[in-house]
Structures are given as C-alpha cells and as structure tokens.
Design a protein around this ligand. Structure first.
Ligand code: SF4
Ligand code: SF4
Length: 210
C-alpha cells in the first residue's frame, strides 16, 4: 500500500521517542559537538597522504607518479614532482612530490585516487570538521596538511591498515630475499672467475731456440 514505509518510519520514531525516557539506548542523536559518535571504520571523507616514520614529509610513501592526478574524475589533485631523489624514512632514495595539493572544495570523495595508487600512499580520511571562512585558498590543502602517519591510518581504518601492513611486510621480505639471492649469485660468479683465473696455465715459450 502506498505510504506504508512512511507510516512504519513514523511508528519507529514515535517508539524511539517514548522509549528514550526509559532507556538511553533509544536516543538516536547526541548533543554534538559536546558529545560525539565514534566514526565507523568504513566512513570516508577526503583523502590524506600516508607517511611512515616520524618525519611527515621525508616519510611520505608518495613517489609523485601522477597516477592519481590523471585518474581523479574532477581533476582536483595537483602534483609537481621533485627534480632530485631524496632519502625516505629508511634512507632509500626516491622521488617525492615537491607540490601535492588537493582542492577539497571540488573533491567528491570517490576514492578512485586511493584505488589506483600502487604504493598505498593515499587513503581516505574520516575527518569531517573542515569548515573554512575562506572557501578558495582555505579548501586547497597542501602536502603538509595532507600528511598523516600510518599510526593514524591504523586508528581510523584498522582492518584495512592491518592488511596493507601485512602486504608491505611480505613485499619487503620478498625484496630482501631477492637481493640476498642476487648477492649470493654475484659472489659465486666472482669466486668462479677467480678460480678460473688461477687455474689458467702459465704461458710457455714456443720458440725452442730462445
Ligand atoms: S576522492 Fe576522488 S575526487 Fe577526491 S581526490 Fe580522490 S579521485 Fe579525486
Ligand atoms: S599518491 Fe600514489 S598514485 Fe598519487 S602520485 Fe603519489 S604514489 Fe602516485
């Protein structure tokens, strides 16, 4: 029957209102901002850049590959790649973004930038208290404002962050095993060349009259 949904909704609202005098669990709203409901893990608002270690800029995982910038539907990401490689949080040289801006007045929270990033360098934040009096410059956020630690990411999206930490640890382990195997192969090759050089017979004098 037309309007059944509305009647059911009104009945639920009336029930919650009446029961809330008896049991606070029926209170479906809180006195914001004094009271806050914890954000849900799958909540998302605007993106942020993940950094490892203590330095928010040196530790950025972003290597300024521009993939997210190209894929962002409303084109609200602007990146300039640094001209030289700089050490990351473990001292490994990598390219980093000299400029990384997101215009959050344009961002539509679609998460495409997160999905296309091959380095798990950009993730969706849950922070929503971003009102500004300046709707132009105030909503253009740079890499200093975007950089947030992996610990923060673990706090807001624990399940997702745990899976990514495990993947990254497995990749590091694989890379170390590969590097160790290569170093071993190189050492064996060098040893083989050394043995071959020492086993080489001394050149003999072929001229009997000499
Ligand atoms: S969430 Fe979507 S709109 Fe916002 S920066 Fe990422 S790709 Fe662009
Ligand atoms: S956030 Fe990811 S996809 Fe975007 S530029 Fe950085 S590394 Fe590339």
């Amino acid at each position: 029957m037309l309007g059944t949904g509305i009647i059911k909704g009104m009945a639920q609202t009336a029930k919650n209102f009446a029961e809330s005098f008896r049991d606070p669990k029926y209170l479906t709203t809180v006195q914001y901002p004094e009271q806050r409901i914890p954000t849900k893990e799958n909540n998302r608002n605007f993106p942020f850049l993940v950094h490892d270690g203590d330095n928010p800029i040196e530790g950025l995982r972003c290597v300024a590959c521009h993939i997210c910038e190209k894929e962002c539907p409303p084109q609200c990401i602007y990146i300039e790649k640094d001209k030289t490689k700089k050490p990351d949080h473990v001292g490994k040289l990598q390219f980093q973004p000299l400029v990384f801006d997101i215009d959050i007045s344009v961002c539509m929270s679609c998460q495409i930038c997160v999905e296309v990033c091959p380095f798990d360098a950009i993730k969706m934040d849950t922070d929503f208290e971003l009102s500004q009096t300046d709707r132009f410059a105030g909503l253009l956020v740079d890499k200093h404002q975007l950089a947030k630690s992996n610990d923060y990411y673990r706090k807001i999206h624990p399940t997702e962050a745990k899976a990514i930490d495990a993947n990254r640890a497995a990749e590091v382990k694989k890379a170390k095993a590969k590097a160790a195997a290569k170093a071993k192969a190189d050492a064996e090759k060098a040893k083989g060349a050394e043995v071959a050089a020492t086993a080489q017979p001394e050149p003999t004098n072929s001229n009997p009259s000499a």
